[in-house]
Design a protein around this ligand. Structure first.
Ligand code: AMP
Length: 137
């Protein structure tokens, strides 16, 4: 399957649509998920095109994992979390909805289930949570 340059995360990378940025380096970009399954739910993406894990280069995967570990420590600290759920979906059959490689980082607390999918965040709350994560980095 081909990479679509007009997917929503490609538009975020080009600055065509807004995102609540948490971190970036030469190879990766991190921002808040706008339909968070838990407080602090964020997404790590490569800056270069990859549809998902199946077509990504080893370099893209390595860069994303390196950033994901850094962000996991930051959200653990920011939300005093007990653990991290790390998710990544490949193709529609695998649960993927946005076709630019991305990793979900979800800070978890003992006994607290994930919220249902598809619930839009309050953007004021999202910004406050992003500030806590940026401070923890
Ligand atoms: P999936 O492809 O199934 O891993 O899910 C895509 C994720 O992207 C979902 O968790 C959405 O809430 C999230 N998402 C979709 N559009 C945006 C956006 N504009 N900014 C931030 N997150 C988004």
């Amino acid at each position: 399957m081909a990479y679509d340059n007009d997917n929503i995360f490609a538009k975020i990378l080009r600055g065509e649509i807004p995102s609540e940025k948490l971190y970036e380096d030469d190879d990766t970009y991190v921002f808040m998920d706008i339909m968070p399954r838990v407080d602090g739910h964020c997404l790590v993406i490569p800056k270069t095109p990859a549809r998902n894990m199946l077509d990504a280069t080893p370099e893209q995967l390595a860069a994303c994992l390196k950033t994901a570990q850094k962000m996991s420590h930051a959200v653990m600290k920011a939300f005093d979390a007990d653990g991290i759920t790390f998710q990544q979906f490949n193709e529609a059959a695998g649960g993927q909805e946005v076709f630019h490689l991305h990793y979900h980082i979800l800070p978890r607390h003992e006994g607290t289930p994930l919220r249902a999918p598809g619930q839009m965040a309050d953007f004021g709350v999202l910004k406050e949570q992003a500030e806590k994560i940026r401070a923890a980095l």
